[in-house]
Design a protein around this ligand. Structure first.
Ligand SMILES: [Zn+2]
Length: 412
């Protein structure tokens, strides 16, 4: 089998897809079920059909692009990622794993390879949480991590539900039918940009992910009492923002205190009410994101944070309410798929780094229904979710080549 990746064609497809955006170039904004997302899906469908592949979608809009194997009844080998993009994002996140997979399939076709198992490219709906506040809606539903009932009622900022929006976008059928049994896929591999700086710093062309870290997110509401910034004297205050500051620093301290480099905690949103220069904050809403590769350690940080609430509330004379939004378990990648990836790197004399994925991906959920692993390529300075996100054509070609080799091995 002689595999040749059409790097030029792949680069120009990445550029073409990037032009389907609500934001002016070089920024890419493609939010799920908006006209840009639907136009991108239609564009991709044409590319897949040109390659002779069968395209179908499910009720939530997950797309399945299938190359039938000689034994189509066998569990397929899956690959894929997402093409939605947060506001003001770049052109490679997710896209490399979709267009790279399509090119990997075409390269295999050109080489004369015929798979025994079918190879299926999956394009997941709403990997980004922008619209409905929760990420990976498509893969969560495929794996059963998000039920049809819970998905149906998710609302966007305008109050439109997933149920309404997906139907308007043309995705009919019952959401109950999205969940797949654990027997559909013999393996799943996702190609993705690293979204971190390690590969570039170490000048290693590829990363093979062995563990995917998983987040827990909480929303904390701190209620104190407001008042005039001049009129209320310091001893009489119940400043909600000062109490929040204690919580935030406690969380930072607790995450550091695990001593594990993989424990990370972030307060990314701090909504201050009423938000006026001459008014004491009476209410604050914090978003808390805690991640780790180790479930027990991560949940330990959450417990310590929750245990600290009564004393901070008492000291500051405020009320603190914390609500769990979601908590996923980290996933270990499947040794069989990790091995197939490393053998493929070996075949092409490419060095790789075993690594942890610190962002989570659709693969986190696919790992619940299929032996799963991920392949990373370097991205410039680790920049991602910003317009200057960049992966070089050479790195994209290397990733695509190893993906193609791995799909062939898994589907043979
Ligand atoms: Zn992504």
């Amino acid at each position: 089998m002689r595999l040749e990746i059409d790097g030029r064609g792949l680069s120009s497809e990445i550029e073409e897809l990037a032009r389907i955006s609500e934001a002016p170039a070089p920024a890419v904004t493609r939010i799920v079920f908006t006209p840009a997302d639907l136009q991108a899906r239609a564009w991709l469908r044409v590319r897949c059909e040109e390659a002779g592949l069968a395209v179908r979608h499910d009720a939530i809009g997950n797309t399945f692009v299938r190359w039938d194997g000689a034994d189509p009844a066998l569990p397929a080998v899956g690959t894929g990622s997402h093409i939605d993009a947060i506001p003001n994002a770049g052109k490679y996140d997710g896209v490399v794993g979709v267009l790279g997979a399509l090119e990997a399939i075409r390269a295999l076709q050109r080489s004369g390879f015929r798979p025994r198992r079918s190879i299926e490219l999956l394009v997941f709906t709403a990997e980004e949480p922008t619209r409905f506040g929760i990420g990976c809606i498509g893969s969560r539903m495929l794996s059963g991590a998000l039920s049809a009932a819970a998905a149906r009622d998710l609302k966007d900022r305008d109050g439109a539900t997933v149920e309404e929006v997906r139907k308007t976008a043309g995705f009919a059928g019952e959401l109950e039918e999205v969940k797949l049994p654990g027997t559909c896929y013999a393996a799943f591999v996702e190609l993705h940009i690293e979204q971190g700086p390690l590969l570039e710093q170490r000048q290693i062309p590829l990363g093979i992910v062995t563990t995917i870290a998983a987040p827990a997110s909480l929303c904390m509401t701190i209620e104190g009492s407001g008042g005039h910034a001049g009129g209320v004297l310091m001893p009489d205050r119940h400043d909600a923002l000062c109490a929040s500051a204690e919580l935030i620093l406690f969380l930072e301290h607790t995450a550091l205190a695990t001593g594990a480099i993989d424990t990370v905690a972030t307060v990314g949103i701090c909504d201050v009410f009423p938000g006026a220069v001459n008014s004491i904050p009476s209410r604050v809403r914090l978003s808390v994101d805690i991640r780790d590769t180790n479930l027990e350690r991560r949940d330990g940080v959450i417990r310590e944070l929750e245990n600290a609430i009564p004393s901070i509330a008492a000291k500051r004379q405020v009320s603190i309410h914390s609500e769990f939004l979601n908590a996923e378990a980290p996933a270990d990648c499947a040794p069989s798929v990790v091995e197939a990836l490393s053998e493929s790197c070996g075949k092409h004399a490419l060095n790789f780094l075993p690594m942890v994925s610190r962002a989570y991906h659709d693969s986190l959920f696919m790992s619940r229904i299929a032996p799963t692993a991920m392949l990373f390529i370097p991205c410039h300075k680790g920049y991602s979710h910003r317009p200057d996100e960049y992966a070089s054509p050479e790195d994209i070609v290397r990733g695509t080549l190893v993906l193609a080799e791995t799909l062939a091995a898994l589907a043979a």
